[in-house]
Each structure stands twice: as C-alpha cells, then as structure tokens.
Design a protein around this ligand. Structure first.
Ligand SMILES: [Cu+2]
Length: 298
C-alpha cells in the first residue's frame, strides 16, 4: 500500500448534484457488510464514533450540510463558476480513512498537513464517495487496531487552499481497538470492477437491478476514485459523460455512491442498490475512463 499525497487526490466527483431524485430502494436491500459505522458530514465537520472495534467495517456516509438543508442554494452555487469568494464544491463531502503508524497522533498529522509536509507514516485507505441525500454512500474494508484519522480531502488538491475542507476542520480521530474474534472476510461480490491502465474500468459481468456488492480493484500504480452516478431522467449516459459545468444546462446525473479513493494495488468493496435506468461508473468522467450501465426492468 502506498502513501497518498494530498496534491494527487482526485476530486472530480464534485459536480454531481442534481434535483433530488432518489434511485434507492428502501432496506432490507440496503443491508451492508460487517460493522456499519455511520459518519455524517457537513460544512465543515465530521461526526462519527470516537472508538470502534477492529474487523470488517462499512463506513456509511450521510451528507447533512446545506446539500440537505438548502439544496436549491447548493445547486445554484455548484453551477456558478469558482471565484475567490465562491467555492462551488463547499457543500460536497467525501470520506478518506487514514491509518497512522503506531506512536503517531492525529494532532501531529494535522499539523504536518497545515505545514504542507509529507506524511509517509500515514496510509490512506480510501472511503466512500458522495451521494445525494437522502441516499448514502458506503465503503467496506478490514480495519486493524490502531489510530486513524477520518478526513474530507475535497478541495485539498487545488492550488487555492482556501477551498480545502481539511484545512477548514474536516477531520477527526478514530481509535480502532482489538476485537476478540474479528470478522475479516470480505463479502462475496456480485460484480468485480477492475481499474486498469490509465483508469479504464472493466466489469466482470452485467450489473443487475437491486442490491449489488461490487469489489473494486485498482490494478494501476496511481490512486483513483471510483464514482457511481445515476443518469437523470430524460438525459443520456453519453451526455452525462461529456457534460461540463459551463454547458448552461443542469446536471445530467446524480451521485449515488462509489469510492473517494482506491490506493494503488488495493481492493475496496461497495454495496449499491440499483433501480431500473441508466448509470455511469467512472474513475475520470471521460469516455475512455467511464462505463455506461443500463439496468433493465427485471
Ligand atoms: Cu468536505
């Protein structure tokens, strides 16, 4: 596993808001693997437990900031161009789980980030991407005992550090304590998604309607995000892949899940519930690195 530096963090998800359009089916279809840890994110905070047990863990991410309380404002703001006074991505949050080497503290890690220092003793494990409320996103991984930081790195890759959610306070410590008999077996996947050369995505089989466990493996030497979005009604997958914020149209897709980051050579699992319709998966939202997925009626 390699260390992920902030400047290399992908943040291309950040244009996925669209009018509320839930593609989710209610539980029990949304049951998640392992111990489920609910994490809520808003401007600019992370709410989560302080301590959890080691083993198979699913982080379930809830957006509770203005995207939930004032979606019209966020939608308009997201379509407006960035200026020194306006950050179109201020209300979009993802989660990165970072494990610190023994003896290191989250305070020490944050101070290093503020100073712009590298932290080779902090290992990024990725986490869930963003989903439009009321949907949630999730990421499943096996956690060892130790000290962790939960972080939102949105905006951190930009030269303008005024937009860094981390520097605005979006981090918190998490202690993982040992468990007597931790569950460490990953859930059986319905679909394997391989990220190959230059971020291309290869799926092992068609994605089906309903609950799908997708195991994503990054076979490249670079970090990649893996985004799952639903194509909005009346729009097409091709339009969604090609769309830019300056097109003068509303968003053609809605974020439903995925991963903020998959470090090189690692595997992460997501659980999504698909309804009939069109979806796109991408590492970078371009035709070469996106896959259109159509879910039939049965
Ligand atoms: Cu954030």
């Amino acid at each position: 596993m390699r260390v992920l530096f902030l400047t290399a963090l992908p943040c291309s998800l950040l244009a996925t808001i669209s009018p509320a359009q839930s593609s989710r089916v209610a539980s029990p279809a949304e049951r998640l693997p392992g111990r489920v840890i609910d994490v809520s994110v808003g401007e600019f905070f992370i709410r989560a437990p302080d301590t959890i047990r080691a083993g198979l863990t699913t982080f379930r991410l809830h957006q509770v900031g203005e995207i939930l309380t004032n979606p019209e404002k966020v939608r308009a703001g997201n379509l407006a161009p960035p200026t020194p006074d306006h950050d179109p991505t201020r209300a979009f949050h993802m989660l990165w789980v970072t494990r610190l080497e023994p003896g290191r503290t989250v305070d020490e890690w944050y101070k290093a980030k503020v100073r712009g220092e590298s932290t080779p003793w902090a290992v990024d494990l990725g986490g869930p991407a963003s989903a439009a409320p009321p949907g949630t996103s999730n990421a499943t991984m096996v956690l060892e005992p130790g000290t962790y930081a939960l972080v939102c790195h949105v905006g951190s890759a930009r030269a303008d550090k005024n937009r860094s959610h981390l520097l605005k306070g979006m981090f918190r410590p998490l202690t993982v304590v040992s468990s007597k008999s931790p569950d460490v077996s990953l859930p059986r996947p319905d679909v394997l998604a391989r990220i190959t050369l230059n971020g291309r995505i290869q799926l092992s089989r068609p994605v089906r309607k309903g609950r799908q466990v997708i195991r994503v493996t990054n076979e490249t030497s670079k970090s990649h995000e893996f985004i799952v979005a639903r194509v909005n009604q009346g729009r097409t997958a091709e339009e969604a892949i090609a769309w830019t914020r300056t097109d003068g149209t509303t968003h053609p897709f809605t974020g439903v899940g995925g991963l903020s980051d998959i470090p090189p050579g690692t595997t992460r699992t997501i659980t999504e519930v698909f309804d009939t319709g069109s979806y796109i998966f991408w590492t970078v939202r371009r035709s070469a690195t996106s896959v259109a997925v159509t879910i039939g009626g049965r």
